[in-house]
Design a protein around this ligand. Structure first.
Ligand code: NDP
Length: 445
């Protein structure tokens, strides 16, 4: 039985993290790296158990929970291999025996990581691994929909040698997150929706602390006329429906060149009809239950009604599915959509997609950019120059050519507009947990 932290407990956890930070900062990097490596090994050893916790808790199909854990090692390895060189002091000016100018990087202090439920192992580790390696202490609040997963992460970090006051789980729902923000933190790293991210940045503003926000998306794909239609349809259908459509970088809008529009729709619908939905513990399941249950069914039903009332054509799905063990929604595909419809404007976060016909690259680009969000965007075509011209004008933090719904630890993960502020992953995602110190060193004459 898990109990929610009270305001007093959250405050005490903050005080503990604050007093532990000085000593943790002094722990040599090699020792911190050893603890993180041990954590990675423990995850590898207990993968099956950890996958089951996630699947039981949030309904992610078991094969996809395993995929998340398999991918975690690559992310952690990136931080293990790159933290030392990224933090190395940089001499930017030097006059022999006269003057030296050097940049070093210091931890922020006590940071809070408020995390989403959809990829708790992935999105959490993008924050807490580099935060710990750079000498911060971390107050980690998993989503109420992924509390047990969050507590399993904390246990493994502690077992790996990270002291209990250095990485502290904070348990509770949104209200607990608000308590956290009332503490004198040095940074808040939030993953979640635009609506909550906006509230958090307003609440954090008076403290002038660092605020980094990884928020939602309405990610577009443009499919050109020269592609292999079957493979583009299969790739984008997976991008739209993987994790039951509950990914920040899920494909949420598709624009298809008119010459292949009908052929693409057929291939896309055929792929989607092949997705099996049901018990997330079943090895064959591809679409699981919706983690937020009835709350998300309401969002999806509203988008369906709005699209139908404005003339969209329903090609498959469109309603809740009767399955045991939670709220399920049929994988849903609409054609003949346009930007007056909520389906093409608001984040759906479920197995539903609108596919719109376009006549030119210019029209596709204008539609791709017709959004407040800016997380990822992709172009499927043969010619790299054509893709480059479109993607360099796209308002998004990640640009994909012939792929989608992809994250690499070597590249910065960042959003524009309502998709957030700041970057995780890559060297930028290490430096973001530090503050620079500028050294002006003049030798005595
Ligand atoms: P929410 O915004 O609902 O919640 C995110 C976290 O914030 C949860 O831990 C939540 O707690 C907490 N929270 C809620 N209200 C407050 C508050 N007032 N103050 C402080 N903390 C609060 O998002 P979801 O968890 O539903 O995640 C889905 C969203 O996350 C989608 O929009 C998705 O696109 C986005 N996302 C973005 C990613 C990115 O990398 N850009 C990656 C993954 C997801 P609780 O859940 O306990 O209420």
């Amino acid at each position: 039985m898990v109990t929610e932290d009270s305001l007093e407990q959250v405050h005490q956890k903050f005080l503990n993290a604050k007093s532990a930070q000085g000593a943790w900062r002094e722990v040599p990097l090699q020792k911190k790296l050893q603890a993180v490596k041990k954590f990675s090994d423990l995850v590898e050893d207990r993968k099956e158990k950890l996958a089951k916790i996630l699947t039981e808790e949030m309904g992610k199909p078991i094969t996809q929970s395993r995929n998340e854990l398999n991918g975690l090692k690559g992310r952690i390895d990136f931080f293990l291999e790159n933290t030392e060189k990224t933090l190395y002091p940089e001499t930017v000016f030097s006059e022999e025996k006269k003057l030296e100018e050097v940049i070093t990087h210091e931890p922020l202090g006590v940071i809070s990581n408020i995390s989403a439920w959809n990829y708790p192992y992935f999105v959490g580790s993008n924050v807490f691994i580099p935060a710990l390696l750079t000498g911060n202490t971390v107050l980690y609040k998993p989503s109420e929909f992924a509390t047990l997963t969050g507590l399993a992460i904390a246990d493994l970090l502690h077992e790996a040698g990270v002291p209990k006051d250095v990485f502290i789980p904070v348990v509770g729902a949104g209200k607990t997150g608000q308590y956290l923000l009332q503490q004198k933190l040095n940074g808040i790293f939030f993953t979640g929706s635009y609506a909550t991210g906006k509230k958090i940045s307003e609440m954090a503003a008076p403290q002038l602390m660092k605020v980094q926000l990884e928020l939602g998306g309405k990610d577009p794909v443009y499919v050109c006329e020269d592609v292999d239609v079957a493979s583009a349809a299969a790739g984008t259908a997976d991008g739209a429906m993987y994790n039951t459509g509950q990914s920040c970088c899920s494909v949420e809008r598709i624009y298809v060149q008119e010459k292949i529009y009908l052929k693409f729709l057929d291939a896309f619908v055929e792929t989607v009809k092949g997705f099996s939905m049901g018990d997330p513990m079943d090895e064959k399941t591809y679409i699981g239950r919706l983690t937020r249950g009835e709350l998300q069914i309401e969002v999806l039903e509203k988008q369906v009604q709005d699209a139908l009332s404005k003339g969209a054509k329903l090609l498959t799905g469109g309603k809740r599915a009767q399955r045991k063990g939670g709220a399920f929604f049929e994988p849903t595909v609409f054609s003949d959509v346009n930007h007056t419809m909520e389906l093409m404007r608001e984040e759906s976060f479920g197995p539903i997609i609108g596919i719109q016909k376009v006549a030119s690259d210019e029209q596709a680009l204008a539609l791709m950019n017709d959004t407040e969000y800016g997380l990822t965007a992709s172009v499927y075509c043969k010619d790299p120059e054509r893709a480059r011209k479109i993607l360099e004008k796209v308002h998004a933090g990640s640009a994909y050519w012939n792929c989608c719904d992809r994250v690499s630890p070597r590249l910065p993960w960042s959003g524009r507009g309502h998709s957030g502020i700041g970057s995780t992953l890559s060297k930028l995602g290490i430096l973001t947990f530090t503050q620079p110190k500028a050294w002006h060193r003049r030798y005595p004459t």
